[in-house]
Write a protein that binds this ligand. Structure first.
Ligand code: ADP
Length: 280
């Protein structure tokens, strides 16, 4: 779906933000892009729908080269972007007006627009709020509303750039559930984050960047097997237990799996104890 070849990008002030990036993203994948602040994640994803143009190298979306201006309209309909701050993404006075903005620009018939608005709001679980002002929503609802606005354009791929970074834990979890459902319904997801713990359980692939380059590409399991940090707190705990002699897997990343490992290890230990004391 997306092919990036030897992409480099230098900002007008001469900051080299991307330095020879090669990457392919397949249709239907859930890809997480991680890495420290300033490593080039946002610069990279802004190239995917032609918001930025390569200084050198190339990107194609379904075979459409992003530097060919005649492709930009089609590319932007194929790849939708959601940004960090939901408050800056609204154009309408009610939620439905806001979500209708994209389809209206496509000059679709009114009934088709209404269908898309309702369907998109239902997909993010906000249909009952459609007559509300976006300003009355919580941060998490706003972010889901921004996602609905993108869904109404029916893109094949959705890029989300640190969309949970300004949210409280409950809203974050709701937004992540919405994104996981969109992936299950067949959308290609490219998710930029610095929170490794939120992405390992749901991403197909982890892409880690450093200094404008891609440092690692692999499954969540491969990622954990290859790094000391950053890792989720639960993984760190398991590694500490393992170092203390507990027979647990040091690469689990969900609380449920950790609990399972600890329960198993404790049962084995208790059984050994009983046998030892039984033997006198
Ligand atoms: P990330 O998304 O991983 O935090 P960015 O893509 O925002 O990284 O930034 C990559 C590099 O480009 C950083 O050194 C950053 O300071 C620089 N940069 C980002 N935006 C601009 C800009 N508009 N002008 C100049 N330099 C920029």
């Amino acid at each position: 779906m997306i092919r990036i070849n030897n992409l480099s990008y230098t900002y007008p002030d001469r900051t080299l933000a991307l330095d020879g990036v090669d990457l392919s993203i397949e249709k239907g994948e859930f890809v997480a892009l991680i890495g420290k602040n300033g490593c080039g994640k946002t610069t990279l994803v802004r190239h995917l729908n032609a918001l930025l143009m390569p200084t050198s190298g190339s990107i194609s979306v379904f075979g459409m080269d992003t530097t060919d201006t005649s492709n930009v309209w089609n590319i932007r309909q194929t790849v939708g972007m959601v940004f960090q701050n939901p408050q800056t993404q609204f154009v309408g006075t009610t939620l439905e007006e806001d979500v209708a903005f994209g389809p209206e620009n496509l000059a679709l018939p009114q009934n088709e627009i209404q269908e898309r608005v309702d369907r998109s709001l239902r997909e993010v679980d906000l249909l009952e709020y459609k007559t509300y002002s976006p300003k009355t929503l919580s941060g998490g609802q706003m972010q889901r509303a921004a996602i609905a606005g993108i869904l109404a354009m029916e893109p094949q791929c959705i890029v989300l750039d640190e969309v949970t970074s300004m949210l409280d834990p409950q809203s974050r979890s709701n937004v992540l559930d919405t994104i996981a459902q969109l992936h299950q319904s067949g959308k290609t997801i490219i998710y930029v984050t610095q929170r490794i713990e939120e992405i390992l359980p749901i991403a197909d692939r982890i892409i880690s960047m450093n200094n404008g380059r891609i440092e690692f590409v692999g499954t969540p399991k491969e990622y954990l097997a290859s790094v000391e940090s950053p890792i989720p707190a639960v993984t760190s705990l398991m590694r500490k237990l393992k170092a203390k002699g507990f027979d647990v897997n040091g690469n689990v990343f969900t609380v449920d799996d950790a609990l399972l490992e600890i329960t198993k290890a404790t049962q084995v230990r208790d059984k050994n104890k009983t046998e030892t004391s039984g033997n006198g």
